[in-house]
Write a protein that binds this ligand. Structure first.
Ligand code: 3PG
Length: 385
């Protein structure tokens, strides 16, 4: 695989680089989002070395229209537009960014980019176009025609075979950006972890974590279970869960691994209105004691309904235990987990803003991280190999 860091100035200067990033984030969280902060060095590197940068991204799951330049309302939809990110990125980079929408045809789009004095452009949400999620080679070629080289720095969407992630690499010299390189380096290190390896799993769904559990069932020493997925294990034991969330189809999977000694379930819960909303204090100390001994930690998914501070204690306890373990290397991923991390980290460590945590890697991937750790080849990464 080619990495951006290995390219010489000569290979970059004067080129127009199509840079795929993942701006699938809430606007209010954007300024602190590792997805945005993580791609700034790549943009700076490219522009410092004399390239024009055309940023490509998707946002949300809009219903696509057929082609650019159509009259569809979706092309101007505020909810999914990437336009607000012009201001956010400009501020962070201290550079002007020109927004390019799809109310033009491809020739006009190319003319806008080639004719402008700007050197950073942000293209409108690619999922407005019907070919993006279908990995359509025609769309990939149209995008490729806008530039001379392609950089993938969108780990979070690299598990999707999309036109701007996979098919585009067939038409341009392509490489991995700094963010993608960091993700690959840190996540691949998990395949040969220092032991004990403790995997903490929470969140609403167990189905998207089955692959990871199966891939690590031999390698891991403990799976600490919390959040909605713990309810599936309660059901598997024939215990009542009141009105708590659960996933019907995966109770069988829970039954299969229930008696594995590595799988540790909560011993108490916080309950309100017949709903389990957090793990209880005894579970927090049980989990803290296990995390204390870990040399490697993987965490995905909150332990409870952390949006309400009354039910954030479980997740905060996990953050605290991870921060206090100075020997372990930890990887944390998933949209919810990383957004709770910041607030919980600040509660757990009053100097969190000033301190750095070199032994903590925050993955920008949600589904992408889970699929990578499940041992799957991600199409966006495979395409660069
Ligand atoms: C994400 O946020 O996980 C990525 O941007 C992928 O989004 P998707 O699940 O809508 O493909």
């Amino acid at each position: 695989m080619k990495f951006l860091k290995d390219l010489s100035k000569k290979e970059i200067a004067g080129k127009t680089c199509l840079l795929r990033i993942d701006l699938n984030i809430a606007e209010k969280e954007a300024r602190n989002s590792s997805r945005i902060l993580g791609i700034l060095p790549t943009i700076k590197f490219l522009t410092d070395n004399g390239a024009k940068v055309v940023i490509l991204s998707h946002r949300g799951r809009p219903k696509p229209v057929k082609w650019a330049n159509s009259k569809s309302k979706i092309l101007n939809s505020k909810e999914f537009s990437l336009k607000p990110f012009v201001k956010i990125l400009s501020k962070l980079l201290n550079k002007q960014i020109k927004f390019v929408d799809f109310n033009k045809n491809w020739k006009e789009i190319a003319a806008t980019i080639n004719g402008s004095k700007n050197n950073i452009f942000l293209l409108e949400n690619l999922r407005f176009l019907v070919g993006e999620e279908k990995n359509n080679p025609k769309l990939a070629k149209q995008l490729a025609n806008l530039g001379d080289m392609y950089v993938n720095d969108a780990f979070a969407v690299s598990h999707r075979a999309n036109a701007s992630v996979e098919a585009i690499t067939k038409f341009l010299p392509s490489c991995a950006g700094f963010l993608l390189e960091r993700e690959i380096k840190n996540l691949s290190a998990m395949m040969k972890p220092k032991k004990p390896l403790v995997i903490i799993l929470g969140g609403a769904k167990i189905s998207d974590k089955i692959g990871l559990i199966e891939n690590f069932i031999e390698r891991a020493d403990y799976f600490l279970i919390g959040g909605g997925i713990a309810h599936n294990f309660l059901l598997a034991q024939g215990l009542p869960i009141g009105d708590s969330i659960f996933e019907e189809k995966t109770v069988e999977f829970a039954k299969k691994i229930l008696n594995n000694k590595k799988v540790i379930l909560p011993v108490d819960y916080k309950i309100k209105n017949r709903k389990i909303l957090d793990i209880g204090p005894n579970t927090i100390s049980l989990y803290e004691n296990i995390i204390k001994k870990a040399k490697t930690i993987i965490w995905n998914g909150p332990m409870g309904y952390f949006e309400n501070p009354k039910f954030a204690k479980g997740s905060e306890g996990i953050v605290k235990a991870i921060i206090n373990n100075k020997k372990a290397f930890s990887i944390i991923g998933g949209g919810e987990t990383t957004s709770l991390l910041r607030s919980a980290q600040i509660n757990a460590d009053k100097n969190a803003d000033k301190r750095r945590y070199p032994r903590l890697f925050i993955s920008t991937g949600g589904g992408a991280m889970l699929e990578y750790l499940a041992g799957k080849k991600l199409p966006g990464i495979k395409a660069l190999e």
